[in-house]
Ligand binder design. Structure first.
Ligand SMILES: NC(=O)c1ccc[n+]([C@@H]2O[C@H](COP(=O)([O-])OP(=O)(O)OC[C@H]3O[C@@H](n4cnc5c(N)ncnc54)[C@H](OP(=O)(O)O)[C@@H]3O)[C@@H](O)[C@H]2O)c1
Length: 254
């Protein structure tokens, strides 16, 4: 049987980690991308132990580093024609300062990761999907890509961009068998808030008194989208926890 491969960026934690497991469970071999080598190794061991037939290839890479990404693409040419699913998951928010007060480095990190990293990776892999006229790109957008909230202007702008790019991709790929899905979660309890605030206490407060989504909830949704028959494309999915009605409206201690 030919091996099916899924490439997942940001597979070292949260939604990416859980998605690597969910797709491995579906029989996909995994190409896991992230910056933390020890986490990539942990993921590889974990998946290999659980599903012995599944292959796991790890690529330590900072997707904002265009030269490094181009080198990885060039050095692994045998892999790309086999990739059926690309999950553009790596992403982050930094800070919640108002635009007039914000740190420019935070802006660059968000824009470089959430928009440019996603674009570079897509540009690298997509031609191989086009060539075989088959594939599925799953982008991790966010409810922040539909609704803005105070202090989230630039993060939201990056996720609005992910939505626009998902739409643009579908238009450019029309007539092919390549599907593009934009997953737009509300609050998910991962390392996301710790990365955003740099303080565990502040991060924990985000989810205090309410039940957020888990990474597993989103991973199962992604796996479900991927598993639809080839003629079915789930274009966009907004997923909130029941305790969240809108970006800024959360029920706590109810
Ligand atoms: N959590 C939420 O509430 C939520 C809601 C809506 C959407 N999202 C989106 O979901 C996606 C996953 O987030 P998460 O919640 O799972 O957060 P997370 O636990 O912090 O995971 C983020 C992943 O992205 C990777 N990453 C970050 N910068 C990278 C870079 N420059 N190069 C390569 N990998 C990089 C991290 O790996 P390394 O540190 O090892 O590189 C990590 O594996 C993001 O796009 C996020 O915007 C999250």
């Amino acid at each position: 049987m030919t091996q099916k491969w899924a490439l997942i960026t940001g597979a070292t934690s949260g939604i990416g980690w859980a998605t690597a497991h969910s797709l491995a469970e579906q029989g996909y071999s995994i190409i896991a991308v992230g910056r933390r080598a020890e986490k990539l190794q942990e993921l590889q061991q974990d998946i290999s132990q659980k599903w012995s037939a599944v292959k796991v290839k790890t690529l330590q890479l900072d997707i904002t580093d265009r030269k490094a990404l181009e080198a990885v693409l060039k050095d692994n040419l045998e892999l790309w024609p086999q990739v059926d699913v690309l999950v553009n998951n790596a992403g982050l928010a930094k800070g919640v300062e108002k635009i007039q007060d914000a740190n420019l480095d935070d802006w660059e990190t968000m824009i470089d990761t959430n928009i440019k990293g996603l674009l570079f990776m897509t540009r690298g892999i997509l031609p191989f999907m086009v060539k075989k006229n088959q594939g599925h790109i799953v982008n991790l957008g966010s409810v922040a890509g539909r609704w803005t909230y105070p202090g989230g202007g630039v993060y939201c702008a990056t996720k609005f961009a992910v939505r626009a790019l998902s739409e643009g991709l579908r238009m450019d790929l029309l007539g092919s068998n390549i599907r593009v899905t934009n997953i737009e979660p509300g609050m998910v309890n991962t390392e996301f808030s710790m990365v955003r605030f740099g303080d565990q206490k502040v991060a924990d407060k985000v989810y205090e008194g309410m039940k957020p989504l888990s990474a597993q909830d989103i991973a199962e949704t992604i796996a479900w989208c991927v598993k639809r028959p080839a003629h079915v494309n789930i274009q966009e999915l907004v997923i909130y926890p029941t305790a969240q009605a809108h970006v800024g409206q959360v029920a706590r201690n109810t």
